[in-house]
Design a protein around this ligand. Structure first.
Ligand code: CMP
Length: 428
């Protein structure tokens, strides 16, 4: 099995696509302007044959990446016949055996491969899919115009009064004005076939025109889909706050939260984004998304790979704003938190004493879970806090299999409890 890096694959596919494109432009022109040349097998013909034949042989190997069948391989495996027939028909230099120049048009079948390549590019490209759709559309439009112009030229015949270049340009001019349904009327169809051709071109033009208007409008509307989605959500929340007459200070805090959510995560709820993935992919994505917190928390850094995987799946990101109470003393505790960014202060139940200020990489809320008690202290966000939350059930599930981590968390909780007792005693 051949092993290709992506760069080689890309390079090769680019060569095939360029050759196909040159053939798709050149063959129809020669069919109209220089019919005789198509009857001979030229150097360019042999070159196309060579490239297309090599591509036909390489295609199955090229589509396999690092031993893992890519989507195109699966498609090709499900449907090998038609693709092979297309590759073969495009590769054979028919005019070497048959004096029938239009057979050269079979080369254009290779455009099916180019279309497939573009589809794959559209699927894989994460940035600006709308722009790519427009580029692909413009590409086909330009090629279609060229073919229409060649068709018109073959119906009209080549005028000997002007050069071949001018003949082609005039045909292209007719096509563009007719397709755009402008039709100045300076070049008009005369024979029945020409009128039918013009009718077809005008009908095509109406469709193309509609498509261009539709896609440009959707392109402009969706140039930044994440922002559009986020703005819609904020507008909905604003309408709701107006309807329920939410006090303006609270309103401002809610809007601040959305602003922060946009800045930090482009407004995405990460848990929702990964919920549709299969378990193995979800673990990988969660590990990637939570890598920052996993690296920050000293407790995790020393832990085994298996623990990190388990905990990455269970943690859920939450955001708190400055002044928010994350935990209130005396409440029932059902979750603990790890700080990814921001600072929180731990306050005594009467809020007269600051027990501690915790920063990025530290955790809190573990005492209620470990000792099965009510919340020992209140915890308040001092600035914008990016936290990761772990529920009681998740914590118990993971700690059962990792007693060494459980022991370390318990030791820290124990130490905190003793510190608090000492402080209380000092006060009395
Ligand atoms: P819990 O009692 O569940 O809720 C309040 C949390 O504050 C508590 O768990 C600890 O995680 C944290 N906490 C309490 N006392 C201290 C302290 N002295 N230093 C640091 N954190 C504390």
């Amino acid at each position: 099995m051949f092993k290709y890096t992506n760069l080689y694959q890309w390079g090769w596919r680019l060569i095939v696509a360029t050759t196909t494109l040159v053939a798709a432009v050149d063959i129809p022109v020669r069919l109209v302007l220089d019919y005789q040349s198509l009857g001979r097998v030229t150097g360019f013909d042999w070159f196309i044959t060579l490239i297309f034949a090599a591509d036909m042989l390489l295609n199955p190997a090229l589509a396999t990446r690092r031993g893992r069948p890519a989507r195109d391989v699966l498609e090709a495996q499900a449907n090998p016949g038609p693709w092979f027939a297309i590759d073969l028909a495009a590769a054979v230099p028919f005019t070497a055996f048959l004096a029938l120049p239009p057979l050269q048009l079979l080369r254009l079948l290779k455009l099916a491969r180019v279309a497939e390549m573009m589809r794959r590019w559209q699927r894989a490209e994460l940035h600006n899919p709308n722009v790519i759709r427009l580029v692909v559309f413009l590409f086909w439009l330009a090629l279609g115009l060229h073919w229409l112009a060649c068709g018109w030229l073959s119906l009209r015949g080549v005028s000997p009064d002007v050069t071949e270049g001018t003949n082609y340009l005039l045909a292209l001019y007719w096509c563009v004005t007719t397709l755009a349904t402008v039709g100045y009327g300076d070049i008009t169809p005369t024979t029945n076939v020409e009128v039918m051709y013009a009718l077809l071109t005008i009908s095509l033009g109406v469709g193309v025109f509609g498509y261009v208007i539709g896609s440009v409008a959707s392109l402009l509307a969706n140039i930044d889909p994440a922002r559009v989605r986020h703005q819609e959500m904020v507008e909905r929340v604003k309408a709701f706050m107006r309807y329920r007459q939410v006090p303006s200070a609270l309103r401002q805090r809610i809007l601040d939260y959305y602003e922060y959510l946009w800045e930090k995560r482009l407004g995405y709820d990460e848990s929702l984004a990964v919920s549709g993935l299969p378990p193995s992919l979800r673990t990988e994505v969660c590990l990637f998304l939570n890598r920052e917190i996993i690296q920050k928390v000293p407790l995790f850094r020393a832990a085994s790979e298996e623990f990190v995987r388990a905990i990455a799946l269970e943690m859920r990101p939450v955001i708190y704003m400055p002044g928010d109470y994350i935990i209130r003393a005396g409440d029932i505790g059902e979750e603990m938190y790890f700080i990814s960014q921001g600072t929180v202060e731990v306050l005594s139940a009467d809020e007269r004493k600051v027990y501690a200020v915790l920063k990025s990489g530290e955790f809190f809320g573990e005492m209620a879970l470990l000792f099965n008690q009510l919340r020992e202290a209140s915890v308040r966000a001092l600035d914008y806090c990016d936290l990761y939350l772990l529920t009681r059930a998740s914590l118990e599930r993971t700690l059962v299999r990792h007693p060494e981590i459980a022991a370390r968390i318990t030791a820290i909780a124990q130490q905190r409890r003793e510190e608090n007792v000492q402080r209380q005693e000092k006060r009395h």
